[in-house]
Design a protein around this ligand. Structure first.
Ligand SMILES: [Zn+2]
Length: 108
């Protein structure tokens, strides 16, 4: 079972209370961008087997969005943080690198 702590209300929620929102930290492209940039924004996702940064919504709780770093292979959760955070917090990156020395790092 996947358990994530909502950083907005502090509740540790299981996956039945949450809605997945896809990959976090996508760079958004709109009018004026190239076709390749817009295609990448719409269709290309990392689909990592391992450390992944994701958007989640506490649907059956406070209803707010947040971001989480977890291992998609083992379901180990490294941490959650507010959705308004433009990049993963440095302390979270350090914790992931400590547990996963082979991890290549966060890529935008
Ligand atoms: Zn919440």
């Amino acid at each position: 079972m996947l358990l994530l702590t909502c950083p907005n209300c502090g509740v540790e929620a299981d996956e039945t209370e949450l809605s997945a929102g896809g990959q976090a930290h996508l760079k958004r492209f709109a009018a004026g961008s190239s076709d390749d940039e817009f295609e990448s924004y719409l269709f290309h996702r990392s689909n990592a087997k391992g450390v992944h940064f994701e958007r989640w919504r506490h649907s059956y709780g406070c209803g707010k969005w947040f971001l989480a770093a977890r291992d998609t292979n083992t379901l180990e959760v490294f941490g959650t943080y507010p959705a308004q955070t433009p990049e993963p917090p440095k302390d979270l990156i350090a914790a992931i690198k400590k547990k996963r020395p082979d991890w290549k790092g966060f890529a935008k």
